[in-house]
Each structure stands twice: as structure tokens, then as C-alpha cells.
Design a protein around this ligand. Structure first.
Ligand SMILES: [Zn+2]
Length: 304
């Protein structure tokens, strides 16, 4: 039985083929905010008041309010009808199998498949064009951040003041998600306090890279984003400079659909009171074109 649930942050509804996700934490595809899947009741309103997923961690999974599907009506009649149809089709078929028209039809079909399939797959394998130009973007909520993105790629953004702020850039099968995290800003504070102590005590001695605040934040955010993919594997982070200052970026691979591979990058940066993640992925065939684009977007990230 399918389950409908709604994101408590943005209200977007999701249908799940069964109840296996009920009680599990997922990330909203619309606003990027994590939430616990709860089936909508008959009132079709989200159950309970909006909650930050991290505070819902201790609650038991809810399994109430699964809406039963209405029973299909008037089966017997339609079955009778379709069996009649089938019979008449059978009759027709048996009359036609021997005829030249039927054989001709089959060979045309085979020919179409032979010609059509290579056409389809060659279109699919064609690498995408690199973007010709970039456009500046300024997030509308409190000027939360700025970045640049390819002019012909689709940009959407949203969020809530004082809560999560997000943007999504898409082009064909390429996706870039940018989002703030309140939870991690606390982590960032802790990390920068730690870093401060270490820096203060180190005085002139070479700073241990693994102890940089952003390095620990980047590591801590790994699990949150890795769970959005299957077979997520990440390489060692690299240190780069963006408009947010010291940034960490890691390349990753994951499993796509139909046994394909996706490649991407995950980047973490620290704002004044928000932590920012940019996560980008593309089909493996587009990686050569996308990798510099992803890096361009990450590097262009700055305070708005
Ligand atoms: Zn949402």
C-alpha cells in the first residue's frame, strides 16, 4: 500500500510505494530539510506540528493514519469485456499470422528496433556541452549567500528566514544543491572554539590540518549527505579557498540508476552563523565537463 507523507518545512508531498520509509528520516527533495516520514491521515494534513528532524530522533516511528486505498469498482463487467476482446483479437491474430502483411509487420518492427536502439543510445552517450557563460545569483532570504551558476541552467531557491536556506541548480541529469544547516553551525562553533584553542596554543608551530574547524565540520557532514546516495564513496578532502574562506571539497562516486555511476563533489564552508554545503552530482559521462563547473560554483560561494 502506498504511503503519502508531507515535508513539515515546505509542505511538499511525497508518495512512497510502500510503508518501508515510515518512521525513517529522509531529506526533502524540495527544500533539502531532513524529516521523519509520517503517513498523512484522512484529513490529508501533516500529522503533528513541524519539527526539526534532529529533535524528533528520540520519538518512536509513527505508523498510524495509513489511508486505505478505495476498492476498485465494477471488476466483473470489465473483465468480461476484456476477455471478449482478447477472444476476438486471438481470432484475428490466427487469421493473420500466415499472411504476408503480418510477416511484413514483424520485420518492420525488428528493423525499427535495430535502427532505433542505436540512435537512442548514441544520443544518451553524447557528452554535454560546457556552459558558455555564468550568471550571478543572490539568495532572496536575508541575502544569505551569493554564487555564480551556468546561465542556461535552471536555478530554484527558497527556505525560511532563521531556518534552512537552499538553492538547487539543474541541467539535464546534473544536480547541484546548496543548503545551510543550523545544526552544523553549532558544530562549527564548537569546532572553531577548539580550533581557536589549538591556534592559540600553537603559536608559530605548523597548524595540524585535520584540526581545522572546517575539516571537522566537513567530516561531520559526510554521513548526512552520504545517506542520500547508494554506494557513496568519497575521496580525501582537498583544501580550497572560496568567498566563505577556508573550504573543504571531496570528490565522490555513487551508484546511479540502471547500474550507472554518478560522480560529484561535496563541499563544506562556514558562514558567520550557518554552515553551508554544496553537493553536486552528474552522470559519469558528463564528469569531464561538470567537474570544472562544480568547482566554479563552489569557489563563487560567498556571503551575500
Ligand atoms: Zn521540504
Amino acid at each position: 500500500m502506498s504511503v503519502t507523507s508531507a515535508c513539515p518545512t515546505c509542505g511538499k508531498r511525497f508518495r512512497f510505494p510502500d510503508d518501508s520509509k515510515v518512521g525513517k528520516k529522509i531529506r526533502c527533495r524540495e527544500c533539502e530539510e531532513p524529516f521523519v516520514v509520517e503517513p498523512l491521515g484522512d484529513s490529508e494534513k501533516p500529522t503533528g506540528k513541524p519539527k526539526r528532524a534532529k529533535t524528533a530522533g528520540g520519538l518512536p516511528p509513527r505508523t498510524v493514519g495509513v489511508k486505505p486505498k478505495p476498492k476498485k469498482k465494477s471488476r466483473p463487467k470489465s473483465e468480461e469485456e476484456s476477455s471478449k476482446k482478447r477472444k476476438s483479437q486471438k481470432k484475428k491474430k490466427s487469421n493473420f499470422t500466415g499472411s504476408p502483411a503480418f510477416i511484413g509487420g514483424i520485420s518492420t518492427l525488428v528493423l525499427a528496433l535495430l535502427i532505433g536502439v542505436p540512435f537512442l543510445s548514441s544520443g544518451d552517450d553524447k557528452p554535454m556541452e560546457p556552459p558558455a557563460s555564468y550568471t550571478s545569483f543572490q539568495h532572496e532570504i536575508n541575502n544569505a549567500f551569493k554564487c555564480e551558476y551556468p546561465s542556461n541552467w535552471k536555478m530554484e531557491s527558497g527556505g525560511k528566514s532563521g531556518s534552512v536556506v537552499w538553492a538547487r541548480i539543474e541541467f539535464e541529469d546534473v544536480k547541484i544543491r546548496i543548503r545551510s544547516s543550523m545544526g552544523a553551525s553549532a558544530i562549527g562553533d564548537i569546532a572553531s572554539n577548539m580550533g581557536g584553542d589549538i591556534l592559540g596554543g600553537a603559536g608559530g608551530v605548523e597548524f595540524d590540518e585535520s584540526m581545522a574547524p572546517i575539516a571537522s565540520v566537513h567530516e561531520m557532514m559526510h554521513d548526512q549527505y552520504a545517506q542520500d546516495y547508494s554506494g557513496y564513496q568519497e575521496q580525501q578532502p582537498k583544501k580550497i579557498e572560496t568567498g566563505f574562506g577556508d573550504t573543504r571539497i571531496s570528490e565522490f562516486t555513487a551508484s546511479g540508476s540502471w547500474g550507472s555511476t554518478v560522480r560529484g563533489v561535496r563541499a563544506s564552508m562556514l558562514g558567520r552563523d550557518l554552515q553551508w554545503t554544496v553537493i553536486c552530482d552528474c552522470p559519469e559521462k558528463d564528469w569531464a565537463v561538470c567537474q570544472p563547473v562544480f568547482e566554479h560554483i563552489v569557489k563563487s560561494m560567498s556571503r551575500g
